[in-house]
Design a protein around this ligand. Structure first.
Ligand code: THU
Length: 130
């Protein structure tokens, strides 16, 4: 299942709209229902309006009726592994646990396997508001 998730993230990365940074990113989520949801980054001439791949995948997941992320793969090229940005770690956190698997890959292979808890320790989440 992880291999399929990685493939989907790599596939949707090709569809990214990133004419300003030229840095294409793809994300694929394995949800609790077993459905895979994917998204890519969509930049904008007004730079801050652009959105990350993870945000697109989460939006697709919510639109599809799922609310729990079991694993997420993020694909991006470069010498450094394409780890989710700070804002996206918090976006993933909303629908995850500390054990949620995060797979970081490039267009060829898995670079790093970690968890949301390691990427965002002592996080603030829905439980804090109860
Ligand atoms: N980007 C993502 O899509 N996800 C991340 O977690 C890191 C950054 C995108 C945003 C922007 O379009 C490009 O990568 C360069 O920052």
């Amino acid at each position: 299942m992880h291999n399929e998730l990685i493939k989907q993230a790599q596939r949707i990365m090709q569809s990214a709209y990133a004419p300003y940074s030229n840095f294409k990113v793809g994300a694929a989520i394995l949800s609790e229902s077993g459905t895979i949801y994917s998204g890519c980054n969509v930049e904008n001439a007004a730079y801050p309006v652009g959105s990350c791949a993870e945000a697109g995948a989460i939006s697709a997941m919510i639109a599809g009726g799922d609310k729990k992320i079991i694993a997420i793969a993020v694909a991006g090229k470069g010498t450094e592994p394409c780890t989710p940005c700070g804002g996206c770690r918090q976006r993933i956190r909303e629908f995850s646990t500390d054990d949620t698997t995060v797979l970081i890959c490039d267009d060829k292979e898995l670079r790093l396997q970690t968890t949301l808890g390691k990427l965002l320790p002592m996080s603030f989440g829905p439980d804090n508001l109860q």
